[in-house]
Ligand binder design. Structure first.
Ligand SMILES: Cc1cc2nc3c(=O)[nH]c(=O)nc-3n(C[C@H](O)[C@H](O)[C@H](O)COP(=O)(O)O)c2cc1C
Length: 228
């Protein structure tokens, strides 16, 4: 594949609970015709294994990603089929220890970055500019280049320390987006709640999608069910 003109979104997956959010965001980006560069932190290999029952291995990244993206939040293994043009083969995967990877430099062309889910350790690392791995380095680069950064933090409750780190990220220009599903969009299934959060991440990135039913100024529709 020629990379000429390729300007991807970086998707960073850190070791917080919520790996179905990451899968939904990657599917949404691919469906919107966006290219994706994926960085899966070392700790998130544990959450992926825990939440999907399957590993994510650098040496088998395409096959493992394909299986992960096909999986529904309720555990069904084949809930999603890749749409034409939205094949996971279009995702470029970078190992988290590869600090020479494209996204580690501001001269590597990207549209921006979403971190989904973002652990509090990741939030701290990005707020403090630690760059302890490629994910944190790519986020620091995104901020210094004044590109969009969306941080879908997942922890509860939040310590004062994390709250201060989140303020730092907000002041640096990031969108802090707690992974907190809403119920006004008529959620009936776990996937609806996941897709709401993923849809809000894509909203913050300015990427079009139809993952959840938007509020239309009419009370009572939360009981009507999600989008047809
Ligand atoms: C099963 C599991 C679930 C976890 N869930 C969370 C979580 O929801 N939020 C969080 O901030 N950390 C969570 N952690 C802890 C992080 O994985 C840990 O802080 C790790 O150092 C994060 O590293 P990373 O940001 O480089 O991915 C979890 C760990 C495990 C093993």
């Amino acid at each position: 594949m020629s990379d000429t003109g390729r300007v991807p979104w970086i998707v960073g997956v850190s070791g917080a609970s919520g790996t179905p959010y990451a899968a939904a965001v990657v599917r949404g980006l691919l469906s919107a015709g966006e290219d994706v560069d994926l960085v899966v932190s070392r700790a998130s290999r544990l959450t992926i294994l825990d939440e999907t029952g399957h590993p994510f291995r650098d040496a088998h990244a395409e096959a493992d990603l394909r299986r992960w993206l096909a999986r529904g939040a309720d555990g069904s293994p084949d809930a999603f089929k890749a749409e034409p043009g939205a094949d996971p083969a279009r995702v470029r995967h970078w190992p988290p220890g590869d600090l020479a990877a494209g996204p580690s430099s501001g001269s590597y062309p990207v549209k921006g970055m979403v971190i989904v889910p973002a652990s509090t350790a990741c939030v701290a690392g990005v707020a403090l500019g630690l760059s302890k791995d490629l994910l944190q380095r790519a986020a620091s680069v995104t901020l210094k280049e004044r590109r969009p950064l969306v941080v879908a933090v997942r922890e509860t409750p939040l310590s004062g320390q994390t709250l201060r780190h989140l303020v730092t990220l907000d002041e640096a220009g990031a969108v802090v987006l707690p992974a907190s599903p809403a119920f006004y969009a008529g959620a009936r299934h776990i996937q609806d709640l996941v897709d709401f959060v993923a849809g809000r991440v894509l909203d913050a990135a300015g990427v079009p999608h139809q993952l959840y039913r938007r509020w239309e100024g009419e009370l009572g529709r939360g009981g009507v069910g999600p989008m047809p």
